[in-house]
Design a protein around this ligand. Structure first.
Ligand SMILES: Cc1cc2nc3c(=O)[nH]c(=O)nc-3n(C[C@H](O)[C@H](O)[C@H](O)COP(=O)(O)OP(=O)(O)OC[C@H]3O[C@@H](n4cnc5c(N)ncnc54)[C@H](O)[C@@H]3O)c2cc1C
Length: 365
């Protein structure tokens, strides 16, 4: 354990925003991480476990909490069995790269997602038609209500679309994850049209649930990284377009009845052709998933909104990413988030929900 008295969230988050906790402790081993959390809990100290800081919106100023930083980063791979274990603090994209190098398939679509391995189940990270739930077998969990450390199956985490029963709770800390990967070196089924086309798969066949559409994992990883870089979705400290928390809002899931009224609102604001073209995907019994980015754009928010002078802007490459151009405060970012959410609500009657975890600040004020 190493205590740091100069820790600032603005230096530990991909938004490069946030103030100063009362204390910070770096934990280089799994037992140290468990001990730091257990000790703080015993003392009733509010704490925040921090991985890569890529899904955090943290308030400006002084924060009444201790930051517990997961630095434990061992990764072990049994290539013959396709079993990969990573400690919580391992950099997720390094884990993906190691798995591909070891000839294993299954997580290549999740290439380029910033952050730590331990945080991947927290919001069931997903991209390009894959999610961690597809390959996660179990996690080593510190249960903060009992202090027990046990391997628990992925099925106990209620993994859903960008959520789990750990997100927005103080229930537990993931100390390590275990994945079961394919040993034939092929990717997960290519379900995402844009990625499939990039890899020469017939777009009409993408989404084929028989799972025949696989490609070598290394080729899929390269294609995913290229697509993500084009959208500013690989964090790069030298590029303000990537000083974000990734997708800022989740794609809204609404009832099929509500889809009809949203379509009508789109037709009123635009025309029938635009309304018919609104992306809409089945999301379980009587429900559909819309595209948050599409709604934001159709509500009138263009890339780079509100303009080149603003300290917090929409990314110039992706309307779903809210970015800090270098001099923003969390206050600036929150103001922009509220404006975008209000604009979409006013235009189409849909309330967008933020994807990141908010600390010491709230979109509802
Ligand atoms: C450019 C960019 C692109 C992104 N693209 C995607 C994407 O395609 N898909 C996607 O799903 N996400 C994406 N994200 C969001 C983010 O990268 C993921 O949610 C990531 O898993 C967060 O990991 P982290 O270690 O940075 O978590 P942090 O931001 O450090 O923490 C996030 C939350 O998880 C908790 N937490 C962290 N570690 C643990 C642990 N070991 N145990 C329990 N709780 C923990 C924290 O307390 C906090 O509540 C993107 C972000 C950025 C900046």
């Amino acid at each position: 354990m190493r205590f740091a008295d100069d820790f600032r969230f603005s230096e530990a988050t991909t938004l490069h925003l946030g103030g100063r906790p009362v204390g910070a402790v770096h934990c280089a081993t799994t037992p140290a991480l468990a001990a730091a959390v257990t000790r703080a809990d015993a003392l009733d100290l509010p704490l925040l476990v921090v991985g890569g800081g890529s899904n955090l919106v943290v308030a400006d100023g002084d924060l009444p909490l201790v930051a517990v930083i997961a630095d434990c980063a061992d990764v072990s791979i049994d290539s013959a069995r396709g079993v990969l274990r990573a400690e919580a603090g391992a950099v997720w994209d390094d884990v993906v790269a190691s798995s591909v190098d070891a000839g294993l398939g299954g997580v290549e679509c999740l290439s380029g997602i910033p952050g730590s391995a331990g945080a991947t189940p927290v919001q069931n990270v997903g991209a390009y038609g894959a999610e961690i739930a597809d390959v996660l077998t179990r996690v080593l969990l510190l249960d903060r209500t009992t202090g027990n450390v046990d391997w628990v199956p992925a099925s106990a985490l209620d993994l859903g679309y960008r959520t789990s029963n750990l997100k927005h709770t103080d229930r537990g800390v993931i100390l390590a994850i275990e994945l079961r990967l394919r040993t034939d070196g092929l990717s997960a089924p290519l379900r995402f049209g844009e990625l499939a086309r990039r890899l020469g798969v017939n777009a009409a066949d993408a989404g084929n649930t028989r799972g025949a559409l696989r490609r070598p994992a290394a080729a899929v990883r390269d294609a995913v990284l290229e697509l993500r870089r084009g959208k500013g979705m690989v964090h790069d400290p030298a590029d303000h377009d990537t000083w974000s928390a990734g997708s800022f809002f989740t794609n809204p899931v609404i009832t099929d009845t509500d889809v009809t009224s949203v379509r009508a609102a789109v037709a009123r604001l635009h025309d029938d052709t635009v309304a018919e073209a609104m992306p809409c995907y089945p999301a379980g019994e009587g429900r559909s998933k819309l595209s948050a980015a599409w709604l934001i754009e159709r509500a009138g928010f263009v890339r780079g909104y509100p303009g080149p002078e603003a300290p917090a802007r929409l990314s110039t490459r992706h309307t779903l990413a809210l970015t800090n151009r270098g001099a923003a405060t969390t206050g600036d970012l929150v103001e922009l988030a509220r404006e975008v959410r209000a604009g979409v609500r006013q235009a189409f009657g849909v309330t967008l929900h933020p994807e990141p975890v908010w600390v010491g600040v709230d979109i509802d004020g």
